[in-house]
Design a protein around this ligand. Structure first.
Ligand code: TLP
Length: 347
């Protein structure tokens, strides 16, 4: 793909910077399966510290991070409470069922959020008839919720409700960095109520690969075991851990720029007749918009038309499109992308 393409499909599309590649090239490595890759060890210690947890396990993807955490917390036949729009339901290929043998009881609410009373109403009584309600999962920021940020008090209420019933709690914090950049609340503060948090280095932070699960030593030992079982153990992975370490030190502060660009894009798109977009819902680096009935194309056709003009976005529903800002797009490019959208809408 040429560099003139404006790729807004996801913040996963970023390429490592020159400085990041240098950090990777210079990384000291060992065999992480044998436990002696010094850069992986350094990353795990660093991310555990940043999250305020005892231990961390480095994994190849956010999906594996979530799935090893789910497996570590549950037994087959258990039930998870999670929002209907969550990544674990939509984009992890049914793996809670396939890899952990668990059911998901969905909860609902605008922007991927819900509240304590909903958790209370979904926990099943302990009885031989029912699945064991075992785990609560929330996603912050919430991807299909528009990159929405959970208010901390709401998290605390929801987790307190889960704790009353002895549920464990996991945070899908793939983009917890964006939540923290938006509110100024530290990622450790966001992670505190949870037994485990997964986070990604390969999204807004711009590393090419990698995620982590953080939690107590005991739960991370289990995550480590399931990482091996799920085939996610890596050898000289210090080479990618170095990119993650570089991203943690150098790319966190700049996330606010992506939020500014998303707002600019949102404002431009909101002015285009035929598009429906609520600017209050543009909270971090994502912009979702809908095509109203006057637009002849559906979302897929619109994304195809945009692609021909060098602008990439993703359809997330029949008439819904997602654009994500990241370190490889600047303000001028998001404005240009909006001009192409306007041209496509006009036909
Ligand atoms: N999300 C991807 C796609 O899978 C949709 C994206 O482009 O946004 N949790 C959340 C909240 C995520 O958004 C993602 C990736 C993951 C977990 C999984 O991460 P990976 O892709 O590394 O397995």
């Amino acid at each position: 793909m040429t560099t003139s393409v404006i790729d807004l499909r996801s913040d996963t599309v970023t390429r490592p910077t020159v400085a990041m590649r240098a950090a990777m090239a210079n990384a000291e490595v060992g065999d992480d399966v044998l436990g002696d890759d010094p850069t992986v060890i350094a990353l795990q210690e660093r991310i555990a510290h940043i999250m305020g947890k005892e231990a961390a396990c480095f994994l190849p993807s956010g999906t594996m991070a979530n799935q090893t955490a789910i497996r570590a917390h549950t037994e087959p036949g258990d039930e998870i409470i999670a929002h209907e729009g969550s990544h674990i339901i939509h984009y992890e290929t049914g793996s809670p069922a396939a890899l952990s043998g668990v059911m998901i009881r969905p909860t609902f609410g605008p922007l991927g959020l819900f509240d304590a009373d909903q958790v209370e109403s979904l926990v099943r009584p302990r009885s031989s008839h029912f699945a064991n309600s075992r785990l609560l999962i929330i996603e912050n920021t919430h991807n299909r919720g528009g990159g929405s940020v959970w208010p901390l008090e709401q998290i605390q209420r929801v987790v307190a409700a889960a704790r009353k019933h002895d549920l464990r709690c996991h945070l899908d914090g793939a983009r917890i960095w964006n939540a923290s950049a938006k509110t100024g609340i530290s990622v450790a503060e966001y992670a505190k109520p949870f037994d485990t948090i997964s986070c990604c280095f390969s999204k807004g932070l711009g590393a090419p690969v990698g995620s982590a699960v953080c939690g107590s030593k005991a739960i991370i030992n289990r995550v480590h075991r399931f990482r091996k079982m799920f085939g996610g153990t890596m050898r000289q992975s210090g080479i990618i851990a170095a990119a993650a370490l570089h991203a943690l030190e150098n790319h966190r502060a700049r996330l606010v720029e992506d939020h500014v660009n998303a707002r600019v894009l949102g404002e431009e798109l909101a002015n285009i007749k035929g598009l429906v977009l609520n600017l209050a819902e543009v909270q971090t680096n994502m912009v979702f918009f809908d095509l109203d009935g006057t637009v002849k194309m559906n979302a897929e056709q619109m994304c195809d038309a945009l692609r021909k003009q060098g602008v990439l976005m993703i359809p997330t529903g029949p008439r819904r499109i997602r654009a994500v800002c990241h370190l490889d797009v600047n303000t001028a490019q998001v404005k240009e992308a909006a001009r192409h959208v306007a041209a496509c809408v006009r036909g």
